[in-house]
Design a binder for this molecule. Structure first.
Ligand SMILES: [Zn+2]
Ligand SMILES: [Zn+2]
Length: 192
């Protein structure tokens, strides 16, 4: 049990090997649009599942469908385990590496405010929590150690030449269609 277990909103970041690799991109805009519609319909009331934010009708774009994933480093597979409806501000904390790169100072300030409101904590606790995560990921300056399929060279990984495949582990809307599309594109990975 960790000190921050009670936080509703947590910080997460995607491992660099899988950056920009998502089922959403793999299946294309049209199918993803249908999936999003299903997720919105299944969610009653239509609100952020973390902070409860409920947009007005013309603001539903502020709710994002976040892909919950697990990573298989050995076979280079992104496993989609669930889809969460969350608001744009909560979402920023689930892709925190990206957010830190892209967000302006002003935006970062707004996001921190959101974090401390949702978690009912202080700004110091936020900073402490953030630092604890960096420490966990890279103990004493070591690089992230990952077990990678030996057929891949470091060069391949660095330049994104390794092919990422996808598995659908959770009970996702339109699951069959998604799998079919991934198979068509040759990026489906089947676990026995
Ligand atoms: Zn939220
Ligand atoms: Zn997301």
């Amino acid at each position: 049990m960790d000190k921050y277990d009670h936080f509703k909103l947590k910080i997460d970041a995607k491992p660099s090997l899988f950056h920009k690799q998502t089922v959403r991109k793999a299946v294309g805009v049209a199918l993803w649009g249908k999936i999003r519609k299903e997720v919105l319909q299944n969610c009653e009331p239509t609100s952020c599942s973390i902070c409860g934010y409920q947009p007005h009708n013309d603001q539903t774009h502020r709710l994002h469908v976040h892909e919950k994933e697990e990573y298989d480093f050995e076979n280079i597979v992104v496993k989609l385990t669930d889809l969460d409806l969350i608001c744009v501000n909560c979402h920023a904390f689930h892709h925190f590496g990206f957010t830190q790169l892209k967000a302006s100072k002003e935006k970062m300030k707004e996001l921190k405010q959101h974090f401390i409101t949702v978690n009912k904590c202080t700004i110091d606790e936020f900073e402490e929590y953030r630092k604890s995560l960096i420490f966990k990921r890279r103990p004493q300056g070591q690089k992230e150690v990952v077990k990678i399929n030996s057929e891949l060279s470091f060069q391949d990984i660095l330049f994104g030449n390794c092919k990422v495949r996808y598995a659908i582990a959770g009970n996702i809307p339109l699951k069959e269609l998604i799998i079919e599309r991934l198979k068509q594109k040759g990026v489906y990975y089947e676990y026995n």
